[in-house]
Design a protein around this ligand. Structure first.
Ligand code: MG
Length: 297
Protein backbone atom coordinates (compact mmCIF):
# COMPACT_ATOMS: atom_id res chain seq x y z
CA UNK A 1 0.00 0.00 0.00
CA UNK A 2 2.81 2.44 0.80
CA UNK A 3 4.21 1.47 -2.61
CA UNK A 4 1.20 3.09 -4.25
CA UNK A 5 1.33 6.10 -1.93
CA UNK A 6 5.06 6.69 -2.40
CA UNK A 7 4.59 6.39 -6.16
CA UNK A 8 1.88 9.04 -6.01
CA UNK A 9 4.03 11.39 -3.94
CA UNK A 10 7.10 10.87 -6.15
CA UNK A 11 5.08 11.38 -9.31
CA UNK A 12 3.12 14.36 -7.98
CA UNK A 13 5.77 16.87 -9.06
CA UNK A 14 5.64 15.64 -12.66
CA UNK A 15 1.87 15.31 -13.23
CA UNK A 16 1.73 18.69 -14.98
CA UNK A 17 5.44 18.91 -15.85
CA UNK A 18 6.13 15.66 -17.68
CA UNK A 19 9.64 14.30 -18.03
CA UNK A 20 11.04 11.60 -20.29
CA UNK A 21 13.92 10.46 -18.13
CA UNK A 22 14.42 8.07 -15.24
CA UNK A 23 17.02 10.40 -13.70
CA UNK A 24 15.21 12.75 -11.34
CA UNK A 25 15.13 13.42 -7.58
CA UNK A 26 12.65 11.09 -5.90
CA UNK A 27 11.47 13.68 -3.39
CA UNK A 28 11.63 17.45 -3.40
CA UNK A 29 9.96 20.49 -1.90
CA UNK A 30 6.90 20.11 -4.09
CA UNK A 31 6.37 16.41 -3.41
CA UNK A 32 3.01 15.82 -1.78
CA UNK A 33 0.24 13.28 -1.73
CA UNK A 34 -2.65 13.70 -4.15
CA UNK A 35 -6.06 12.13 -4.79
CA UNK A 36 -4.39 8.78 -5.55
CA UNK A 37 -3.18 8.53 -1.95
CA UNK A 38 -6.41 9.76 -0.36
CA UNK A 39 -8.50 7.28 -2.32
CA UNK A 40 -6.05 4.39 -1.84
CA UNK A 41 -6.41 5.05 1.89
CA UNK A 42 -10.18 5.23 1.43
CA UNK A 43 -10.16 1.78 -0.19
CA UNK A 44 -8.01 0.40 2.63
CA UNK A 45 -10.26 2.03 5.22
CA UNK A 46 -13.38 0.51 3.64
CA UNK A 47 -11.70 -2.93 3.68
CA UNK A 48 -10.64 -2.50 7.31
CA UNK A 49 -14.05 -1.32 8.48
CA UNK A 50 -16.17 -3.50 6.24
CA UNK A 51 -17.79 -0.27 5.03
CA UNK A 52 -19.16 0.61 1.62
CA UNK A 53 -16.65 1.82 -0.94
CA UNK A 54 -18.82 4.68 -2.17
CA UNK A 55 -19.37 6.00 1.35
CA UNK A 56 -15.65 5.79 2.07
CA UNK A 57 -14.66 7.61 -1.15
CA UNK A 58 -17.11 10.41 -0.43
CA UNK A 59 -16.10 10.68 3.21
CA UNK A 60 -12.36 10.83 2.47
CA UNK A 61 -12.90 13.09 -0.53
CA UNK A 62 -14.73 15.60 1.67
CA UNK A 63 -11.94 15.51 4.26
CA UNK A 64 -9.26 16.24 1.63
CA UNK A 65 -11.00 18.48 -0.92
CA UNK A 66 -7.92 20.02 -2.57
CA UNK A 67 -6.04 17.00 -3.90
CA UNK A 68 -6.31 17.18 -7.70
CA UNK A 69 -9.45 15.13 -8.15
CA UNK A 70 -11.08 14.91 -11.52
CA UNK A 71 -13.90 17.42 -11.84
CA UNK A 72 -16.62 14.78 -12.15
CA UNK A 73 -15.37 12.91 -9.09
CA UNK A 74 -15.29 16.17 -7.15
CA UNK A 75 -18.92 16.89 -8.08
CA UNK A 76 -19.87 13.33 -7.12
CA UNK A 77 -18.27 13.74 -3.69
CA UNK A 78 -20.00 17.03 -3.06
CA UNK A 79 -23.37 15.79 -4.27
CA UNK A 80 -23.76 13.18 -1.54
CA UNK A 81 -25.45 11.00 -4.17
CA UNK A 82 -23.88 7.53 -4.27
CA UNK A 83 -24.96 6.70 -7.83
CA UNK A 84 -21.91 5.93 -10.03
CA UNK A 85 -21.19 8.09 -13.05
CA UNK A 86 -19.90 5.69 -15.69
CA UNK A 87 -16.26 6.78 -15.79
CA UNK A 88 -13.69 4.90 -17.87
CA UNK A 89 -10.85 6.86 -16.30
CA UNK A 90 -7.94 5.44 -14.31
CA UNK A 91 -9.37 6.57 -10.95
CA UNK A 92 -10.67 3.14 -9.98
CA UNK A 93 -7.36 1.49 -10.94
CA UNK A 94 -5.21 3.91 -8.95
CA UNK A 95 -7.06 3.21 -5.69
CA UNK A 96 -7.38 -0.57 -5.99
CA UNK A 97 -3.96 -1.70 -4.73
CA UNK A 98 -5.25 -2.48 -1.21
CA UNK A 99 -7.79 -4.88 -2.72
CA UNK A 100 -4.98 -7.03 -4.11
CA UNK A 101 -3.09 -6.91 -0.80
CA UNK A 102 -6.09 -8.06 1.21
CA UNK A 103 -7.59 -10.67 -1.13
CA UNK A 104 -7.36 -14.38 -0.35
CA UNK A 105 -7.64 -15.49 -3.99
CA UNK A 106 -7.42 -14.04 -7.48
CA UNK A 107 -11.16 -14.43 -7.94
CA UNK A 108 -11.80 -12.54 -4.72
CA UNK A 109 -9.39 -9.77 -5.81
CA UNK A 110 -11.26 -9.41 -9.10
CA UNK A 111 -14.69 -9.48 -7.46
CA UNK A 112 -13.81 -6.90 -4.80
CA UNK A 113 -12.00 -4.73 -7.35
CA UNK A 114 -15.18 -4.70 -9.43
CA UNK A 115 -17.22 -3.64 -6.42
CA UNK A 116 -14.76 -0.87 -5.51
CA UNK A 117 -14.67 0.39 -9.09
CA UNK A 118 -18.44 0.34 -9.50
CA UNK A 119 -18.85 2.94 -6.77
CA UNK A 120 -17.91 5.51 -9.41
CA UNK A 121 -16.28 3.92 -12.47
CA UNK A 122 -18.97 1.51 -13.58
CA UNK A 123 -17.93 1.65 -17.23
CA UNK A 124 -16.39 -1.72 -18.28
CA UNK A 125 -13.00 -0.07 -18.89
CA UNK A 126 -13.01 1.56 -15.45
CA UNK A 127 -13.76 -1.81 -13.84
CA UNK A 128 -11.14 -3.62 -15.92
CA UNK A 129 -8.49 -1.11 -14.85
CA UNK A 130 -9.21 -1.79 -11.17
CA UNK A 131 -9.21 -5.54 -11.76
CA UNK A 132 -5.92 -5.37 -13.67
CA UNK A 133 -4.18 -3.63 -10.76
CA UNK A 134 -5.76 -5.62 -7.92
CA UNK A 135 -5.24 -8.90 -9.77
CA UNK A 136 -1.61 -8.06 -10.53
CA UNK A 137 -0.98 -7.11 -6.90
CA UNK A 138 -2.56 -10.35 -5.70
CA UNK A 139 -0.53 -12.49 -8.12
CA UNK A 140 2.70 -10.60 -7.42
CA UNK A 141 2.43 -11.01 -3.66
CA UNK A 142 1.50 -14.66 -4.10
CA UNK A 143 4.81 -15.51 -5.77
CA UNK A 144 3.77 -15.29 -9.43
CA UNK A 145 6.51 -14.54 -11.95
CA UNK A 146 6.36 -11.49 -14.19
CA UNK A 147 5.49 -13.78 -17.09
CA UNK A 148 2.50 -15.03 -15.11
CA UNK A 149 1.39 -11.48 -14.27
CA UNK A 150 1.76 -10.55 -17.93
CA UNK A 151 -0.25 -13.61 -19.03
CA UNK A 152 -3.04 -12.62 -16.61
CA UNK A 153 -3.12 -9.08 -18.00
CA UNK A 154 -3.15 -10.20 -21.61
CA UNK A 155 -5.45 -13.20 -21.53
CA UNK A 156 -7.80 -12.46 -18.65
CA UNK A 157 -7.95 -8.65 -18.65
CA UNK A 158 -7.41 -8.29 -22.38
CA UNK A 159 -4.67 -5.66 -22.28
CA UNK A 160 -2.30 -5.21 -25.20
CA UNK A 161 1.20 -5.31 -23.70
CA UNK A 162 2.94 -5.68 -27.02
CA UNK A 163 4.93 -2.45 -26.76
CA UNK A 164 7.98 -1.90 -24.62
CA UNK A 165 8.48 1.28 -22.60
CA UNK A 166 11.06 2.42 -25.14
CA UNK A 167 8.41 2.11 -27.83
CA UNK A 168 5.65 3.76 -25.79
CA UNK A 169 7.61 6.66 -24.29
CA UNK A 170 8.43 8.93 -27.28
CA UNK A 171 4.80 9.56 -28.29
CA UNK A 172 3.16 9.13 -24.91
CA UNK A 173 1.24 12.07 -23.47
CA UNK A 174 -1.04 12.70 -20.48
CA UNK A 175 -3.88 10.22 -20.71
CA UNK A 176 -6.19 9.64 -17.74
CA UNK A 177 -8.30 6.93 -19.35
CA UNK A 178 -7.88 3.46 -17.87
CA UNK A 179 -7.00 1.85 -21.21
CA UNK A 180 -4.58 4.66 -21.99
CA UNK A 181 -2.63 4.53 -18.75
CA UNK A 182 -3.05 1.29 -16.76
CA UNK A 183 -1.33 -1.02 -19.31
CA UNK A 184 1.49 1.52 -19.63
CA UNK A 185 1.97 1.74 -15.86
CA UNK A 186 1.98 -2.05 -15.60
CA UNK A 187 4.56 -2.24 -18.39
CA UNK A 188 6.78 -0.03 -16.23
CA UNK A 189 6.47 -2.62 -13.46
CA UNK A 190 7.06 -5.55 -15.81
CA UNK A 191 10.31 -4.01 -17.08
CA UNK A 192 11.54 -2.97 -13.63
CA UNK A 193 14.44 -4.32 -11.62
CA UNK A 194 13.15 -3.15 -8.23
CA UNK A 195 10.60 -0.91 -6.51
CA UNK A 196 12.41 2.37 -7.12
CA UNK A 197 13.14 1.41 -10.72
CA UNK A 198 9.45 0.69 -11.37
CA UNK A 199 8.45 4.13 -10.09
CA UNK A 200 11.19 5.87 -12.06
CA UNK A 201 10.14 4.07 -15.23
CA UNK A 202 6.48 4.97 -14.71
CA UNK A 203 7.27 8.66 -14.23
CA UNK A 204 9.61 8.62 -17.24
CA UNK A 205 6.66 7.94 -19.55
CA UNK A 206 5.74 11.61 -19.20
CA UNK A 207 2.02 11.16 -18.64
CA UNK A 208 -0.33 11.16 -15.64
CA UNK A 209 2.81 10.69 -13.58
CA UNK A 210 1.44 10.39 -10.06
CA UNK A 211 -1.15 7.82 -11.09
CA UNK A 212 1.24 5.86 -13.33
CA UNK A 213 3.75 5.68 -10.47
CA UNK A 214 0.99 4.87 -7.96
CA UNK A 215 -0.10 1.86 -10.03
CA UNK A 216 3.41 0.65 -10.88
CA UNK A 217 4.41 1.19 -7.25
CA UNK A 218 1.54 -0.88 -5.88
CA UNK A 219 2.42 -3.92 -7.99
CA UNK A 220 6.16 -3.45 -7.48
CA UNK A 221 5.74 -3.42 -3.70
CA UNK A 222 3.80 -6.67 -3.93
CA UNK A 223 6.31 -8.30 -6.29
CA UNK A 224 9.56 -7.23 -4.61
CA UNK A 225 8.23 -7.87 -1.12
CA UNK A 226 8.05 -4.30 0.17
CA UNK A 227 9.33 -0.77 -0.27
CA UNK A 228 12.88 0.37 0.54
CA UNK A 229 12.94 1.76 4.04
CA UNK A 230 14.12 5.24 3.07
CA UNK A 231 11.20 5.58 0.66
CA UNK A 232 8.78 4.11 3.21
CA UNK A 233 9.85 6.65 5.84
CA UNK A 234 9.86 9.62 3.49
CA UNK A 235 6.41 8.79 2.10
CA UNK A 236 4.89 8.18 5.51
CA UNK A 237 6.33 11.50 6.65
CA UNK A 238 4.34 13.26 3.91
CA UNK A 239 1.03 11.97 5.25
CA UNK A 240 -1.36 13.34 7.83
CA UNK A 241 -1.79 11.41 11.07
CA UNK A 242 -5.09 9.88 10.03
CA UNK A 243 -3.76 8.76 6.63
CA UNK A 244 -0.67 7.29 8.29
CA UNK A 245 -2.85 5.51 10.82
CA UNK A 246 -4.84 3.82 8.05
CA UNK A 247 -1.58 2.67 6.45
CA UNK A 248 -0.28 1.17 9.70
CA UNK A 249 -3.59 -0.52 10.53
CA UNK A 250 -3.72 -2.01 7.03
CA UNK A 251 -0.20 -3.50 7.31
CA UNK A 252 -0.99 -4.89 10.73
CA UNK A 253 -4.34 -6.40 9.77
CA UNK A 254 -3.06 -8.07 6.61
CA UNK A 255 0.44 -8.80 7.97
CA UNK A 256 2.29 -7.21 5.09
CA UNK A 257 6.08 -6.81 5.00
CA UNK A 258 6.74 -3.21 5.92
CA UNK A 259 9.94 -2.47 4.02
CA UNK A 260 12.65 -4.00 1.92
CA UNK A 261 16.35 -3.39 1.84
CA UNK A 262 19.49 -4.10 3.79
CA UNK A 263 19.63 -0.65 5.36
CA UNK A 264 16.42 -0.80 7.34
CA UNK A 265 16.49 -0.08 11.05
CA UNK A 266 17.27 -3.03 13.31
CA UNK A 267 14.24 -5.22 13.68
CA UNK A 268 13.69 -8.81 14.72
CA UNK A 269 14.74 -10.91 11.76
CA UNK A 270 12.42 -13.70 10.67
CA UNK A 271 13.94 -17.18 10.43
CA UNK A 272 13.84 -17.13 6.65
CA UNK A 273 15.73 -13.85 6.27
CA UNK A 274 18.42 -13.88 3.60
CA UNK A 275 21.57 -11.79 3.71
CA UNK A 276 21.56 -11.02 0.00
CA UNK A 277 19.12 -9.03 -2.06
CA UNK A 278 16.17 -11.28 -2.89
CA UNK A 279 15.63 -12.33 -6.44
CA UNK A 280 12.04 -12.44 -7.69
CA UNK A 281 12.03 -16.16 -7.03
CA UNK A 282 13.61 -15.80 -3.60
CA UNK A 283 11.67 -13.04 -2.02
CA UNK A 284 11.57 -13.12 1.76
CA UNK A 285 8.22 -12.87 3.44
CA UNK A 286 8.57 -10.73 6.53
CA UNK A 287 5.08 -11.26 7.77
CA UNK A 288 6.14 -11.22 11.39
CA UNK A 289 7.37 -7.63 11.26
CA UNK A 290 5.21 -4.83 12.49
CA UNK A 291 5.33 -1.48 10.71
CA UNK A 292 7.86 0.91 12.17
CA UNK A 293 5.86 4.07 12.39
CA UNK A 294 6.15 5.53 15.83
CA UNK A 295 3.51 8.12 16.35
CA UNK A 296 1.20 6.90 13.64
CA UNK A 297 -0.76 4.20 15.34
MG1 MG B 1 -3.32 12.36 -8.51
Amino acid sequence: MIGAIAGDIIGSVYEYHPIKTEAFPLFGEGSSFTDDTVLTAATADALLQGAGFGESYQSWGLRYPERSYGSVFRQWVQSGDLAPYGSWGNGAAMRSGPVGFSAKSLDQALMVAKRSAEATHDHPEGILGAQAVAGSVYLARSGASKDEVRAFLVSRVGYDLGKSLAEIRPRYRFDATARGSVPQALTAFLESTGYEDAVRKAVSLGGDSDTLACIAGAVAEAFYGGVPEAIWNRALGCLTCELGAVVVRFYERFQLPHCWGETRAPLPAPPTRTTTAPSPRNRPRRRDLSPVAAGWS
